[in-house]
Design a protein around this ligand. Structure first.
Ligand code: DLL
Length: 428
């Protein structure tokens, strides 16, 4: 099943739609956003020469820095009176990125989120507990209206209030739960403290996103909560949640709703477009957004694309799940590695809980990395021996070992109850 016909259309039909919509988008951006007029003029691109997505490579990128420089509304393409809603994404530094939606944009958003829900296995009439934060963050309201659009029941609890979440899952018998991957684990722990095993509850699907999640982490979640974990991806600058979603049939890559968002993958260094299958930085172009058209946005997220047929029958390309961002790269004493590589290794150990943190320090001229993992409550072996085994495994898989490896007691690593989990603390 899919929510719309286009999700299964022949690729040539999707391509025609993309070409037509790209032409409209470039023209709209050029005529209504001084920033884009200047950028396209500088790049020597006449919007009339853009015939379709094959011409996209000639267009300049849009970056996070551009959003900052044009704060708050320099990238808007419509009059204030036509803006129905504003959201914002809080970066770690500086001003948030402000994003806007017309009524038509909100309709598109609800539709693409409804597609995500169907791909996740949610059906009209189901009950969905929405534990993404409501407010300026796009997660709460984004999922909310998609759930209603589908004809399912939404429980708009928002983030936090974890004991209440558990009680409501029990009492209202939600079929699906929407939250970040890290929060789902926290919820399971809280439930256990309340004497409730989440595996006994009716909830059968978790739609998780907003944060990276490796495959081993997903397996932990599925096992601990007795659910199918489905990955939903999106970002405020493009629309919010609902850019792409895994299908429950294959759970193998996220279908990009590419009649609304055109994906490319580039080499983050050279900016060159990479062929299908190669990993690089995801770049997205909106094809229907009215209030905030965005051309070739550099997301910073690392992934690859495939248009190989999927067993679910959808024809839209799939992106690999995002396990990291280009700027997550940790560089310590000349070694480059991503937190997800560490996550992959430590989660191989049954005795290690799916929580960790990385602290980076500088002693004089030397970088120092401290990795803290947490032992499982039921681990009854020697902590020192566990520490040594994890240390040896990190060394053999990554050819790298942290300067300090700490094995914390159960619950020793702080949990994130609201918002996105933070795992790397750079004190340098
Ligand atoms: O996190 C939108 C969202 C809400 C997506 C709820 C899914 C569910 P922002 O706050 O603007 O928007 O953050 C966007 O979060 O560029 C990625 O780095 C990361 N991200 C989002 N979804 C995923 C995912 C929302 N499924 C940024 N896997 C993006 C990995 C994700 N990272």
């Amino acid at each position: 099943m899919s929510y719309t016909e286009i999700e299964r259309a022949p690729r040539a039909e999707i391509r025609d739609r993309q070409n037509e919509r790209l032409r409209e988008t470039v023209t709209r951006a050029y005529e209504n956003v001084p920033f884009y007029r200047e950028r396209l003029d500088d790049a020597g691109v006449d919007p009339d020469d853009v015939e379709g997505v094959d011409d996209l490579e000639a267009l300049p990128f849009t970056t996070k820095a551009d959003f900052r420089a044009e704060y708050p509304d320099g990238l808007f393409a419509v009059d204030d009176a036509d803006v129905r809603r504003i959201h914002a994404s809080s970066g770690t530094t500086g001003k948030p990125k402000i994003v806007a939606y017309t009524e038509a944009d909100l309709d598109v958003w609800s539709e693409v989120v409804a597609r995500c829900l169907v791909a996740s296995g949610v059906e009209p009439g189901d009950t969905v507990q929405n534990a993404y934060g409501y407010g300026l963050f796009t997660g709460g309201l984004g999922l909310h209206y998609g759930i209603e659009e589908l004809g399912a029941t939404v429980i708009p609890i928002g983030g936090g209030a974890t004991q209440r979440q558990v009680e409501l899952l029990e009492d209202l018998e939600g079929d699906a739960l929407c939250c970040t991957p890290s929060y789902s684990l926290y919820l399971a722990e809280t439930a256990a403290e309340m004497g409730v095993d989440v595996r006994d509850l009716p909830v059968s699907t978790i739609i998780f996103g907003a944060e990276p999640c490796t495959d081993p982490m997903r397996e932990e979640i599925e096992e601990r909560l007795g659910v199918t974990g489905i990955d939903i991806y999106g970002l405020s600058e493009i629309i919010g949640p609902g850019v792409s979603n895994e299908c429950h049939e294959a759970q193998n890559g996220l279908h990009v709703w590419e009649d609304h968002f055109y994906p490319e993958v580039i080499d983050p260094e050279s900016g060159e477009v990479l062929p299908e299958g190669e990993e690089g930085e995801l770049v997205l172009t909106t094809l229907t957004k009215a209030a905030l058209p965005v051309l070739r946005y550099r997301t910073g997220d690392l992934t690859s694309l495939t248009s190989e047929p999927c067993e679910c029958g959808r024809t839209m390309v799939r992106m690999d799940n995002v396990t990291g961002r280009a700027d997550d790269l940790i560089v310590v004493r000349g070694v480059n590695l991503y937190p997800s590589q560490i996550e992959d290794v430590v989660l191989e150990f049954d005795a290690v809980a799916p929580h960790y943190r990385i602290d980076l320090h500088r002693d004089g001229a030397l970088d120092r990395m401290e990795l803290t993992i947490e032992r499982e409550p039921n681990f009854d072996g020697e902590v020192e021996e566990l520490r040594e085994r994890v240390h040896a495994r990190l060394s053999s898989v990554l050819s790298f070992t942290p300067d300090e490896l700490v094995v914390a007691d159960p619950g020793g690593i702080d949990r994130t109850e609201v918002g996105k989990v933070k795992r790397v603390y750079d004190h340098r």
